[in-house]
Unconditional design. Structure first.
Length: 349
């Protein structure tokens, strides 16, 4: 199991808690990623939203790509997975930017391809927002151009959304044949595109059985497409680790009590513009990315046992959220990671 975390760019992950003591500043983000790198974390995921979807659109948030480039220069070994939404970017320019950050990081830059769901944000920032399946058609062309620019000396493309004529990109990325392309999606169209064109699959939080089913489905699709196996299966999860189960459940109650709706500006678009497999309730949405569904809530022992269940189901990358992030990532590293290793060794023996 590899351990990753969502970079704190919104000031927290809790829509019902105003001040999580994790400011949306570059200095705080740098402190978190440099500390996490020392504590044994493998990956950070930087979400790309131009509006603050967690605390409310009037609040501060960091921009993903400039933050990624800055952090690539001040870290040494952690993977920097940055989201990119085709509706806001031209793929040839993105290919150039990604190759540059890959060189800055010495081969640690990867992409999380997100077809988009927030129509209101798109109107504010001039993005292209069309019907669901058309967004994935755009994503397919976007991926074709990324790979072509990264692999060919001179590349041309004439699509419905993008045109590129004899484009040259140098230097090519450090990673060969390309930086890892992660993506997540639950619709039929989304899974078709991801299984045929991406390298790794990331999932919102779900139960062990739900996640195991998604992984097997993606493996089957990958085989049917004649592709090599996926490089990784990741899952988002929010962690509440406490000395006792009672303390953990008290914290769960505190963070899921809905009072102020200012952080729910994107809720309607998220639930209506995406084709989700499970109905999303306000309580689910009170914590970002359905992170409570894996139920990583309890004592270190309970959480470690739960992580092994997901590992056995096929998850090999956890993308964690917690609050306050610095303190809780340290707690998880000290108390949970070693227990997972001990439990795994015990089972194998």
């Amino acid at each position: 199991m590899k351990y990753g975390f969502w970079l704190p760019i919104f000031g927290g992950w809790l829509r019902n808690v105003k001040d999580e003591q994790m400011p949306p500043t570059y200095d705080y983000a740098k402190d978190v990623i440099q500390s996490a790198e020392k504590w044994g974390y493998d990956t950070t995921l930087i979400a790309e939203l131009y509006l603050n979807d967690i605390k409310g659109i009037e609040h501060d948030s960091l921009e993903a790509w400039t933050t990624a480039a800055a952090l690539a220069a001040v870290t040494e070994k952690i993977e920097i997975m940055t989201a990119v939404r085709p509706g806001f970017h031209h793929p040839a320019v993105t290919a150039k930017q990604a190759a540059n950050i890959d060189h800055i990081s010495k081969g640690r830059f990867t992409l999380n391809i997100v077809s988009g769901w927030w129509e209101g944000e798109s109107r504010q920032y001039g993005g292209s927002f069309t019907r669901h399946d058309e967004r994935y058609d755009r994503t397919t062309e976007f991926l074709d151009i990324l790979k072509g620019m990264w692999s060919e000396e001179s590349f041309s493309y004439d699509g419905n959304f993008y045109q590129v004529e004899d484009a040259k990109l140098a230097p090519k990325p450090v990673q060969k044949p390309n930086p890892v392309l992660y993506a997540g999606g639950e619709s039929e169209k989304g899974k078709q595109v991801i299984s045929s064109a991406c390298d790794a699959y990331v999932m919102h939080g779900g139960t062990v059985d739900e996640v195991a089913g998604k992984i097997q489905d993606m493996k089957n699709r990958r085989t049917a497409a004649g592709k090599e196996p996926m490089e990784s299966f990741g899952m988002a999860a929010y962690v509440i680790c406490r000395d006792t189960e009672e303390e953990a459940l008290e914290e769960l109650e505190r963070i899921t009590t809905v009072e102020d709706m200012s952080g729910y500006a994107g809720f309607e678009d998220f639930t209506s513009k995406s084709e989700l497999e499970q109905k999303i309730q306000l309580q689910d949405y009170s914590v970002s990315n359905r992170g409570l569904r894996p139920n990583l809530v309890g004592t270190p022992e309970q959480i470690a046992e739960r992580i092994l269940e997901y590992e056995n189901a096929g998850v090999d990358l956890l993308l964690l959220q917690c609050s306050p992030q610095l303190e809780e990532l340290k707690r998880f590293s000290d108390q949970v990671m070693p227990l997972v290793e001990k439990l795994r060794a015990k089972v194998q023996n």
